[in-house]
Write a protein that binds this ligand. Structure first.
Ligand code: FMN
Length: 174
């Protein structure tokens, strides 16, 4: 099996992390993989807010937990880095573009030996004034929709095997 196929089949979501930080150069490689994802009409609509600042990382988790109705829980499983992917609302394929960017990042993380997981509710998070203000402070112009949070870190436990694939999901027409 080639390396890409192997990564595609072996990547798993990590739901327990060590507190150790992720070196900046690894985070940059993961981001680059996201930026190279396919996008509708090649518009490259997604942007990434890369968060390693503990205060903001914790606040994102806190708000995510409130949205989910899990107040007090760390929704990022201890992961020290969060890559929030948002996409330009004026682009019709924005959410699709952001989704494939996140998948690229999850796979890149796996290939680099990092744990990762998609954490939902970026949409609701970035509808809040507090986070709209953050984007403004970062110099983001225009309207952006949160697509997902890609959490990154060092796995604190071995990955569980993949669930068996549900059958009957492929319809061949030959
Ligand atoms: C759109 C999407 C949203 C997800 N949201 C969450 C989430 O909020 N919290 C979480 O723990 N995992 C989340 N996941 C990860 C899934 O739980 C995980 O992909 C699924 O259990 C299958 O496991 P695997 O990724 O190891 O194959 C999400 C995955 C996707 C694709």
């Amino acid at each position: 099996m080639n390396e890409v196929m192997k990564a595609l089949l072996e990547r798993r979501s990590c739901k327990k992390y060590k507190a150790d930080p992720v070196p900046q150069e690894l985070i940059e490689q993961v981001i680059e993989a996201g930026l190279y994802a396919a996008s509708g009409m090649g518009k490259q609509s997604p942007i990434v807010v890369a968060v390693t600042d503990k205060k903001l990382r914790d606040r994102l988790s806190e708000v995510n937990a409130e949205i989910r109705g899990n107040a007090g829980q760390d929704m990022f499983y201890g992961a020290p880095a969060v890559l929030v992917v948002l996409a330009d609302k004026s682009v019709p394929t924005a959410v699709y573009d952001g989704s494939v960017a996140i998948e690229n990042m999850l796979l890149a993380a796996h290939s680099l030996g990092l744990g990762s997981c998609w954490i939902h509710r970026a949409k609701q998070t970035f509808e809040l004034d507090e986070f709209k203000a953050l984007l403004k402070d970062l110099g983001v112009e225009g309207e952006y929709e949160g697509v997902g949070n890609c959490i990154l870190g060092w796995a604190a436990e071995p990955a569980k095997p993949a669930a068996p694939r549900r059958e009957g999901r492929v319809y061949w027409v030959k």
